[in-house]
Structures are given as structure tokens and as C-alpha cells.
Design a protein around this ligand. Structure first.
Ligand code: FAD
Length: 481
């Protein structure tokens, strides 16, 4: 039987049909296009965490229905990408393959193997940009080195041509394709069943491209004007919540950039908020850039001196931190928000990250792994960038000796305890200012609020000034070694 010639559009972290150069190019080839998603967890790819798997399941359902409107079937395959391509070449006359570049070091290695294999088979592989605003290879210092500091990096980026204007949804294909051997998504068991820990995540998020595009519009009309002042207040909806959509590529970073920038030109009142938002996209860009130029950051600190830091091995402290039972309300509220919703406010990510690495002296890699498993926006580059930054060992990082005082952070950014109360029901009746420091609260006020320290809510796992002194001593020990 003659095999049907096809073009494969390989979807990875670009689960959308608009502004998708790889897909648009595929459809321009005028031969039947098949979309492919490979669930590949083999080394060197880092396997997805639980919350990301949940998101991926729903995002693939959404992608499948968008692709249907273009007459494109979605082929699902589970296994090593190089093996899957071998299978597909046996089944079809694959003429060409397109995909979007990704800076993740594991994906780059794997993609190179796939591209080499396709080339040996005489199949054209074309790789398109799209995951970052600018090509990380082209942003270099005058001495042609990669930047290690955000501000000059961002100046150089923004002095380039504007990021590419988003492509619209391509026209549907008229070919009919009969797919053989697609996996059933349910068989990948990406969503939890018993127990179903994803109830809170389900309530909070709408997944998929249409939701992402609607979401950016909603953010622009409701929160952009005050983004620069509200983005640090966890008790209000002051940020975009776009991170999981951007991570899975349900909206491209170019689409987010241009939507916000165009709005700020039309509505100059939004300019301060818009500039601040675009700079945050810059941090995403910087994290991707650092990992692109320094793949060893996956395991090693950017500042090599930290390899000898005397981190502790303390499973009891780690458990208290991850369960939100440290006795510091702002830390515990953050960790419970993460568990319930798969997301945590950026300010609180910094507070809990500082607490883990400085108050508890636990290695940043342990926090990074927990976040990677529980965040719906778990992104290797941003997560590693965030953890190394807060631990003091990253590029352009906060110095190690800048140790957040959780009580002061809480008083400053959640003065009425609105955020804390949303995630710590056991403290719901404790008024400010006591909500920031239950351990100093008079017994009568605790009683009135129905709190028994040590029973309904824990006392602090470590006293702040003691933790500070211990962390500084550990830092001095590292410097001496
Ligand atoms: P907004 O404030 O609306 O920002 C818009 C977008 O800009 C975000 O969606 C995100 O893509 C990007 N962005 C904003 N701040 C940062 C930042 N500091 N670093 C990188 N990108 C940024 N972000 C992730 O997407 N995935 C992660 O796994 C992740 N882990 C983190 C771990 C730690 C310890 C810290 C301190 C930060 C981490 N961040 C991570 C960055 C940041 O906390 C989230 O991007 C942000 O909270 C997402 O919410 P938002 O979409 O409402 O952000």
C-alpha cells in the first residue's frame, strides 16, 4: 500500500494555533498536515510535576479541538521522541517536520538527536523561534559574552527591533487524513483520580488557548493600569496570572507583549503599569537566557562559591515548610495557596524561598523540586532562576545576607491579613496586627479567636533572630571555605 505523504507539526510548549510559526509554515506546504504531541519523559527531559501533568491534559484537549477547526488531527504518542519518529516514518511518508525552538537544555539535546535522525532519513526539519521575545544567542555584551546582570541585558533587548508581531490563525487545510495508532489521552493518566488532589486547581483555572487570550484581555481591562503598584500585594488580584498559559505556550510571549504594548499606546494612563508588566516579561526572558547560556544551572549555582554552602539535611523542617506549618502565617499561607491552587503570588514565592534557604538552611534545590511538582506554571528556567535568585547564589541575585523577616514582609504587603486569612482558616478570626505574629499575641486575644498555639496552629519553627544569626554564620563558613 502506498503511504500517505504528510507534514508533521510537532507541538511541545506551543499548545496554540494562533501566532504559531511552525504550524503556519506546515500549512503552507500544501501537503496534508498532522499535528503531533509526544509525552516524552525519558532523559535528558525532566519529567513533569503532578500539577503540570494536570494542566497538560486539559491543554491538549483544548488544542485538539482548536486543531479540528483547521482540519488537522492531533496524534498523541507516549515514549522517547526519537523512537516515535522512527515509528511514524514506518507508517507514513513523512516529508517534513516543523517545531518551535525551546531553550530547555534537555529538550535541546533531544531535539538535536531528532533533527539529526530526520536528516539521515532525508526528511527536512525546520525549527522556528517563538518561545522568547528575542533570540538568546544574539543578545551579548560588547565583548560577545552573555550578560549576567538583568538591567544591561534588558537594555540591550529593548534596543533591538520590536518582538515579531503575532501571526493570525492560519487557514484550515482541505486534505483528509486517516490517523493510525494515536494514544488515548486518558491512558496517559495525567489527571489524579484517587485521591483527586486537583479540586482547588480545577476551580481556579480555565485551561487552553481561548482561555489564555480571554484572560489577557481581562487582565488589561481590569488590572493593567495599577499593575505597578498592586503587583506586590498578594491579597488582591493585581497580577496577570498568565504564567501557566505562557509556560505551555497557550499564548505566546509575543502576543502578551503586543497586547499590552498596544493597549498602553491607546491608553496612556496604563503606561506605567504596562512598562512594569513588560519588564516582568523581561525577567522571564532573562531566566530563559541564563539557562540557554549556562545549562549547568539545572543543578549547579550560578555563583560557584555556593557549592560549598553548609546546607542542612532536615526532613522535619522541610515537611513543616511544604505543608504550611512553620508558624509564620505569611509563609504558611503561601505554601497552602500553592497546594490548593497550583500557583503562588510572586512576593510570597520570594518570602517562602528566603525562609527555606535562610531560616531553615535547606538547599534551594529542595524548594525548586517541590515547586516544580506543585506549580501549574512550573518552568525550569524561571523556577531555577527564582530559586537561585532568592537563595543568593544566582545571576544578579539578592545577596545571601539580605534575609527577609517574614513578619515585616507580612505587615508590609498584607497589612490586614487578607491573604493570610484566605488560606489559613484557623487564623481567620485573628485581627491585624496579631495575625502577622500569633506567637506574640496575648492569650486572651488568641482565645477569642479560637486559637491554641501548638494545637490549632504551630509556634514558629525557629525564632527569626536566631535563624538570622545561624544563616549568617553558615554564610561566613562558606566564604572561609
Ligand atoms: P505577572 O506579574 O503578571 O507577570 C507576567 C509574566 O511575567 C508572568 O506570567 C511570567 O511569565 C513573567 N514573570 C513575572 N515575574 C517573573 C520572574 N520573577 N521571573 C520570571 N518570569 C517572571 N515563574 C514561572 O513562570 N514558573 C516558575 O516555575 C516560577 N518559579 C519561581 C520560583 C521562585 C522561588 C520565584 C521567586 C519566582 C518564580 N517564578 C516562576 C516567577 C514569578 O513568581 C511568576 O512568574 C509569577 O508569580 C507568575 O504570576 P503572574 O503570571 O500573575 O505574573
Amino acid at each position: 500500500m502506498t503511504k500517505q505523504p504528510i507534514h508533521i507539526a510537532w507541538f511541545r510548549r506551543d499548545l496554540r494555533i494562533s501566532d504559531n510559526a511552525a504550524l503556519t509554515h506546515a500549512l503552507n506546504q500544501k501537503i496534508p498536515v498532522v499535528a503531533l504531541y509526544i509525552f516524552d519523559e525519558a532523559a535528558p527531559i525532566r519529567p513533569l510535576g503532578g500539577a503540570s501533568k494536570w494542566w497538560l491534559h486539559h491543554s491538549l484537549l483544548s488544542l485538539e479541538s482548536s486543531l479540528k477547526t483547521l482540519g488537522i488531527p492531533l496524534l498523541l504518542k507516549n515514549g522517547r521522541a526519537d523512537h516515535i519518529f522512527k515509528e511514524l516514518i514506518d507508517d507514513y511518508a513523512v516529508t517534513s517536520v516543523t517545531w518551535q525552538f525551546h531553550h530547555d537544555p534537555g529538550m535541546r539535546l533531544r531535539d538535536k538527536q531528532v533533527a539529526d535522525y530526520l536528516q539521515q532519513q532525508g526528511i527536512q526539519a525546520q525549527i522556528f523561534p517563538g518561545n522568547t521575545l528575542w533570540d538568546p544567542a544574539t543578545i551579548l555584551t560588547k565583548q560577545k559574552h552573555p550578560y549576567a546582570v538583568f538591567t544591561p541585558f534588558w537594555h540591550t533587548c529593548t534596543a533591538q527591533d520590536q518582538p515579531q508581531f503575532p501571526l493570525s490563525v492560519p487557514e484550515a487545510q482541505t486534505h483528509t487524513i486517516v490517523l493510525s495508532h494515536s494514544d488515548r489521552l486518558d491512558d496517559w493518566a495525567l489527571v489524579p483520580s484517587s485521591p483527586d488532589w486537583a479540586c482547588g486547581i480545577k476551580t481556579m483555572w480555565n485551561v487552553g488557548e481561548s482561555a489564555a487570550l480571554a484572560h489577557v484581555k481581562h487582565f488589561i481591562s481590569t488590572a493593567l493600569s495599577h499593575y505597578h503598584t498592586n503587583r506586590d500585594i498578594p491579597g488582591i488580584q493585581g497580577t496577570s496570572l498568565l504564567s501557566p498559559h505562557l509556560h505551555f505556550g497557550e499564548i505566546s510571549v509575543n502576543q502578551a507583549w503586543h497586547a499590552v504594548q498596544t493597549n498602553s499606546i491607546l491608553h496612556p494612563d496604563n503606561k506605567l503599569g504596562a512598562d512594569c508588566f513588560l519588564r516582568e516579561l523581561g525577567w522571564r526572558e532573562f531566566c530563559a537566557y541564563l539557562l540557554y547560556h549556562h545549562p549547568h544551572l539545572l543543578e549547579q549555582p550560578f555563583q560557584r562559591g555556593f557549592q560549598t554552602f553548609p546546607w542542612k539535611d532536615d526532613p522535619v523542617a522541610f515537611r513543616a515548610w511544604s505543608r504550611g506549618l512553620t508558624g509564620y502565617p505569611i509563609v504558611d499561607a503561601g505554601m497552602r495557596q500553592l497546594w490548593q491552587t497550583g500557583w503562588m503570588h510572586n512576593r510570597v514565592r520570594m518570602i517562602v524561598g528566603s525562609f527555606l534557604t535562610k531560616h531553615l538552611l535547606l538547599p534551594w534545590q529542595q524548594g525548586e523540586a517541590w515547586f516544580f511538582d506543585t506549580l501549574v506554571d512550573a518552568d525550569l528556567a524561571s523556577n531555577i532562576g527564582g530559586w537561585q535568585w532568592i537563595a543568593g547564589c544566582g545571576a544578579d541575585a539578592a545577596p545571601y545576607f539580605r534575609i527577609f523577616n517574614p513578619q515585616l514582609q507580612s505587615e508590609r504587603f498584607d497589612p490586614q491579613g487578607t491573604y493570610i486569612k484566605a488560606y489559613l482558616p484557623e487564623l481567620a478570626n485573628l485581627p491585624a496586627p496579631w495575625i502577622h505574629k500569633p506567637w506574640e499575641t496575648p492569650e486572651s486575644i488568641l482565645r477569642q479567636a479560637g486559637i491554641e498555639l501548638g494545637k490549632t496552629y504551630p509556634p514558629p519553627i525557629i525564632e527569626h533572630s536566631k535563624a538570622r544569626d545561624r544563616a549568617m554564620a553558615a554564610y561566613q563558613q562558606m566564604k572561609r571555605s
